[in-house]
Design a protein around this ligand. Structure first.
Ligand code: ATP
Ligand code: MG
Length: 457
């Protein structure tokens, strides 16, 4: 029997070329900005004991009830591919004995998550999240700072014009009890108009109905009571403080009383950054305050707040804003002749040592190697003939302009920088090297005219 050709597993995708560069940009930018806010990066395992995610019967969220990759391993243990990372971070806080010291802990993470969902644009079964958590801070300033950091990341990515911050409060336990009762009353009165799924969770978790994506439910939810009529004075004050701090951080927001978040452990602040640029997958970043989760992992009460964002969705926004990073443009080193070959390798390494992206073709004559240089989008070629090398010279060819010049090896870096067509990070580095360190291209190794080491300090 003929076998079907191999395909990526449904809902998974490969990150190659421009897609990988966007993905990398999103994660690197988030990592850099989170560092500015004092977050340290943690990496927790991709799979965990199923109990980390599935905590008793109380959890009626879609993620836990329908979307988890749960399986028994060969030893008969139930393990789950993480659908999100907040639970793993809280588990790690407890199992590493970090619940008492150095609070609050500010954690950043990035990595793959797994949910059994119907794949669509911006929705996968293996996707990636970046996220931050502040563990052990009960103050509304923590909520606002976490949001400000998320906004800062989007600004830095250049996608902030396409997203809007929507915030809400879920109040404290007393507020939520009162609200829950009001919701049960309201939805019971309109029971027949609810979707089957929502009717089933009416008693158990009416808040979930507010989050429903079913058009039938959405119509009802539009005129359902909001939590704002049921907030205790403390919860109202907390919410007011979050909004005040957000204004001080210069983060624009809009209030949306329908935001309740998909997971069950939230209280007080709930927020989402939404966009109309990604069709149905309109939420790019979501988060809020969760005060009971560390306790559920066996730790002490540890009020916490954080968010997670979908890297694929942020990447789509980067693409839509035409901000996909270019691949670096290398310098192609082209030896002509056998003597030149070894000298070329030394020059190649010296360029790389100075932060220049440089490549040498593995084989071929001058013509073939120039063709290869064009194929890899090289900005310039350094052509090394035996005769030139004997005189300590090379030919630098600007592959965009087609112009070329003979230069002395110590001037090679400067000349490459002047072409303006080699990779931009290297450009900046070259300028720095030339201006600050050497004051004019006096370099070590094969690029150094007199072999004098003193310039290196
Ligand atoms: P959605 O309403 O789109 O299902 P969610 O509420 O389930 O999102 P969260 O659990 O809050 O999402 O996860 C935070 C972010 O992770 C989302 O805002 C989204 O950007 C991203 N995300 C969630 N599920 C997926 C998925 N299956 N594929 C790609 N990104 C996802
Ligand atoms: Mg979801």
């Amino acid at each position: 029997m003929a076998q079907a050709p191999l395909q990526p597993a449904r809902g998974t995708h490969d990150l190659i070329g421009a897609e990988f560069r966007r993905h990398h940009l999103v994660i690197e930018t988030a990592r850099r900005i989170a560092t500015l806010y004092g977050f340290e990066e943690w990496a927790t395992p991709i799979f965990e004991d199923t109990r980390v995610f599935s905590r008793g019967l109380g959890d009626t969220s879609d993620v836990v009830s329908k979307e988890m990759y749960v399986f028994e391993d060969r030893g008969g243990e139930s393990v789950t591919l993480r659908p999100e990372n907040t639970a793993g971070v809280c588990r790690a806080l407890v199992t590493n004995g970090l619940t008492q010291s150095n609070l609050p802990r500010k954690v950043f993470y990035a990595g793959p998550m797994f949910r059994y969902e119907r794949p669509q644009k911006g929705r996968y079964r293996q996707f990636h999240q970046i996220g931050i958590e502040v563990l052990g801070a009960a103050e509304p300033l923590a909520d606002a700072e976490v949001i400000a950091c998320g906004w800062h990341i989007q600004q830095e990515l250049g996608i902030d014009e396409g997203t809007v911050l929507e915030i809400n409060t879920l109040g404290d336990a007393a507020s939520r009890d009162a609200y829950r009762a009001a919701l049960v009353d309201y939805f019971t009165a309109h029971k027949d108009a609810l979707s089957d799924e929502s009717r089933a969770r009416l008693e158990k978790n009416p808040l979930r109905i507010v989050d429903s994506k079913d058009p039938k439910d959405k119509a009802l939810v539009a005129s359902a009571p909001t939590i704002h009529d049921h907030l205790t004075p403390e919860a109202a004050a907390f919410y007011a403080a979050v909004k005040r701090h957000l204004a001080a951080f210069d983060v624009p927001f809009r209030e949306n009383p329908r935001i309740v978040r998909g997971l069950d452990y939230y209280s007080h602040t709930a927020f989402e950054f939404v966009t109309d640029r990604l069709g149905a997958q309109g939420t790019v970043m979501g988060g809020g305050r969760y005060n009971g989760l560390v306790e559920e992992m066996g730790g002490p009460p540890t009020p916490s707040v954080g968010w997670a964002a979908g890297v694929e969705r942020l990447s789509l926004l980067v693409e839509a804003a035409a901000l996909t990073p270019q691949a670096p443009r290398p310098v192609a080193v082209i030896p002509m002749g056998e003597v030149a070959e070894d000298a070329a390798l030394q020059i190649l390494q010296s360029l790389r040592d100075h932060g220049v992206v440089a490549e040498v073709a593995y084989k071929g004559n001058m013509k073939r190697r120039l063709e290869r240089a064009n194929k890899i989008n090289a900005g310039a070629a350094v052509i090394l003939g035996d005769a030139e090398l004997a005189e300590g010279m090379a030919v630098v060819k600007n592959l965009d302009a087609g112009s070329q010049e003979r230069v002395a090896l110590p001037d090679l870096l400067r000349t490459l920088a002047e072409t303006g067509v080699v990779e931009s990070a290297a450009q900046a580095m070259l300028q720095t090297i030339l201006e600050d360190e050497f004051g004019g291209g006096d370099l070590d190794g094969p690029l150094d005219a007199d072999g004098d080491d003193e310039a290196r300090g």
